[in-house]
Design a binder for this molecule. Structure first.
Ligand code: SOE
Length: 393
């Protein structure tokens, strides 16, 4: 391994922790063409970000992202902040000559995402890479699901069912957080977890969502404020703040190949902790993925003899399966964090090869357009809304 890529990560919350594990493990598990140095972690609170640097193994901590992205000794800017700062930071980093990894969803609006894509296209001409952090694509079973569909094992895709169910907001005493305020998050369950299943359906089927009809709902409209200094707008005098995003988004999508896809994104599925499921049904069979059983796929083969029909479990842990060659022997399971290791690996390899790893900012924009179409539909009695022409992939 020769030169190193020096990473600056902007943000240090839950995603900051997951990305830190990815940067740390990727060059140790995979034989990468370039090494990775976890150079700087950036956050507004000096003490907190210094503690995060020490905890997660970053060489330095800083509080001014503009100063960090201007440094000549930084190659990659990894953005794990709330969506309201993605556009400003990503565009500045691209214009400063850096490669960019931006957490999902790409932005809080289509307009921001379009400006980010334009900046990424200009930067691409200078050899810079730009990637969106839809890491569930990089769960080996999901990449394998995409491969099996492309091989035709389910035949023509006739229907898709996707859901992402969590329950962390069922408690009305759960305080107001940035994910519950439109000015910070753009939307609620729709953009936070609905974005994942929109991207996943487009990824595994290879088809864009062409039109949608949907309904969004906010179940708990006010929540306790964490208190002054929490950085949240709201009327501290009453101790409560308005929830200005959706708690639940349920929508139907028409894929460009004609199949109908159903989507459910909710933070009120009591008992479901991180329940992302996708089922793809075709005339030759069906495939099913469940994130809470992420090392496996369920496969139904209609072409099998009648007396042997049934969903079978494919354990996606063989060395021949995507990403697995560098990990453990068959049957030794991977976890949630491995998608972040694979993300770091793919970006480093893309930089070395001069190719944009997926999902590109164009794919991030296509998800943003579906999000906007669902919001438009929900605001207009769930009418069908065409998704603007999908960006070039
Ligand atoms: C919260 O809903 C959250 O952390 C999302 O923001 C992530 O994208 C998802 O992977 C897990 O749940």
């Amino acid at each position: 391994m020769t030169d190193s890529l020096r990473v600056a990560m902007i943000g240090y919350g839950f995603m900051g922790a997951a990305h830190s594990v990815g940067w740390r493990q990727a060059p140790r598990v995979y034989d990468l063409p370039l090494d990775v140095e976890m150079a700087v972690i950036v956050g507004r609170n000096q003490d907190a970000v210094a503690e995060a640097a020490a905890h997660w193994g970053w060489s330095e901590s800083a509080t001014d992202w503009r100063e960090v992205i201007a440094r000549d000794d930084i190659d990659i800017v990894d953005i794990v902040t709330p969506g309201d700062s993605h556009a400003e930071i990503a565009i500045a980093a691209l214009e400063a000559g850096k490669h960019v990894l931006c957490e999902k969803p790409l932005a809080n609006t289509v307009e921001e995402a379009e400006r980010m894509l334009a900046a990424a296209q200009r930067a691409g001409e200078r050899g810079q890479r730009a990637v969106v952090g839809f890491t569930y694509r990089r769960v080996p079973a999901v990449t394998f699901l995409r491969d099996l569909i492309a091989q035709g094992v389910v035949g023509n895709v006739q229907q898709v069912r996707a859901a992402y169910r969590q329950d962390w907001l069922v408690d009305p005493q759960m305080p107001l957080a940035w994910r519950l305020q439109k000015e910070h998050a753009g939307s609620g369950a729709l953009g936070d977890i609905g974005a994942h299943i929109i991207d996943m359906v487009q990824f595994v089927t290879g088809q864009a969502v062409a039109s949608v009809s949907g309904t969004m709902d906010t179940i708990v409209t006010q929540r306790p404020l964490l208190g002054s200094g929490s950085g949240l707008s709201g009327t501290a005098a009453e101790g409560f703040g308005e929830v200005t995003v959706d708690d639940v988004a349920i929508f139907t999508g028409r894929l460009e190949g004609g199949a109908l896809a159903s989507f459910e994104a909710t933070r009120f599925a009591t008992g479901r902790k991180n329940g992302l499921t996708v089922e793809v049904s075709g005339d030759k069979g069906a495939l099913y993925f469940d994130l809470e059983d992420l090392n496996a796929l369920q496969f139904y083969d209609r072409t099998a003899p009648d007396d042997r029909q049934g969903f079978t479990k494919i354990l996606v842990t063989e060395a021949s399966h995507p990403y697995l060659s560098a990990w453990w022997p068959a049957g030794h399971m991977l976890g949630y964090e491995h998608g972040f290791v694979h993300q770091a690996k793919d970006l480093v390899e893309g930089i070395a090869a001069g190719t944009d790893p997926h999902p590109t900012f164009a794919e991030g924009l296509s998800v943003q357009r579906v999000l906007a179409a669902v919001e438009q539909s929900s605001a207009n009695d769930s009418i069908w809304v065409r998704v603007d022409a999908p960006a070039t992939r």
